[in-house]
Write a protein that binds this ligand. Sequence first.
Ligand SMILES: C[S@@+](CC[C@H](N)C(=O)[O-])C[C@H]1O[C@@H](n2cnc3c(N)ncnc32)[C@H](O)[C@@H]1O
Length: 313
Amino acid sequence: MGNPYFYLGGVSVNGQLDDDEPDHLLLDRRLRRPCAAAALRSGVRRPAPRGGAAARAVPAALTRHAGAGRILGMAKTSDTANRPGWMLDELASAGRENLDPEHVRRYDAKEDAGAPAEVRLLQDLGLGPDAHVVDLGAGTGQFTLAVAAVCARVTAVDVSPVMLELLRSKVAAAGATNVHTVRAGFLSYEHPGHADVVYSRLALHHLPDFWKAVALCRVRAMLRPGGLLRLSDVVFAFDPADTEQRVEAWCASIEGVTADDWVRADAEEHVRDEHSTFTWLLEPVIVRAGFDIEDATYSPDGVQAAYVARAVR
Ligand SMILES: C[S@@+](CC[C@H](N)C(=O)[O-])C[C@H]1O[C@@H](n2cnc3c(N)ncnc32)[C@H](O)[C@@H]1O
C-alpha cells in the first residue's frame, strides 16, 4: 500500500482499470484526505442566446487547433503506477463524497439528474437507436440507464469504484445489456472508435482548468465529426467582483431539511475545495477543444451551466 495506485495495478492492456480491484482499502486511504465536495441541485434554467454566442466571443487564436488526437495517447500512462509525476491523480481529485459509500448510497435520493428530460433533449438533437453514448463521470448511472433504453450502447465511465459498484448493480437489476462500465477518468478513458454523444454532468469541475482543457480535447477525440457533447456542471456565470455576494447567496440558498438534502456546507466545500470555474473561462476552452457551442444555459443564480456543443474541428 505504499503506492497510492496500488489498486490501479489492475490495469488492462489499453491502460484502463480492472473492474475487480478491492475498493475498500483504497477508500480508507482517500477518505483521510479532505477534498472536494458535492454537486448541487440545479436551479431553473434560463435560456442563453443560441447559435454559438459564446463561440463568437472567443478570440480567433483560441479556436485554431484542438490537438485532440495527440492528447489521447497520454491516457496510456495516466492511470498506471508508471504514470508521469506531473500527471493529475484523478482519483485523489474525484471528490471526497464520491468515494464515500454512505454518500453514494444516498446519492439518488439527494440528487435528481433530470435524466428523462436530458434524453429527450438529445433525441431532439438527433440521438437515435443506433447511437453510441459515453457518460463521463456517470456516478450512480441515472442518465446511463435512461439513455440505454433508447440507444444502441452506453459506456459509463467513472473514476470512483464506489459509484461504479452501485451503477453496476442498477444496470444488472434493470437488465440493461447494452451498458458497458469502465473505471477510468476524463484523462484516462480511451474510447475505441468514435462515439455519437458524450454526456457529462456535474463531473468536470473535479479537474483544475488546465486539466479541463486536456479533458475536453480528449472528449473531442472520442466523438465523430458532428457528434454532440452535452456538458452540465457547476460553472459560475458572474463577474469575479461579484463573487462574495453570489457565492454567499448560493450557500445561503441551500437549506437541508432531511438527511438526503444538500446542505450549506456542501456548497461551501464545493467552492473552496473543488475546481468550478467561470463560464467565460470554460467556454473558450470548449471551443478551443474543437466544438461549436450551440446552446448555453445558465441557472438564474448563476452557478450552473449546461452546454450543447458540436464536434466541428
Ligand atoms: C456529482 S457526481 C455526478 C454523477 C452523475 N453524472 C449525475 O449527474 O448524477 C460526480 C461524479 O464524477 C466522478 N468523477 C470525479 N472525477 C472524475 C474524473 N476525473 N473522471 C471521471 N469521473 C470523475 C465522481 O466519481 C462522481 O461519480
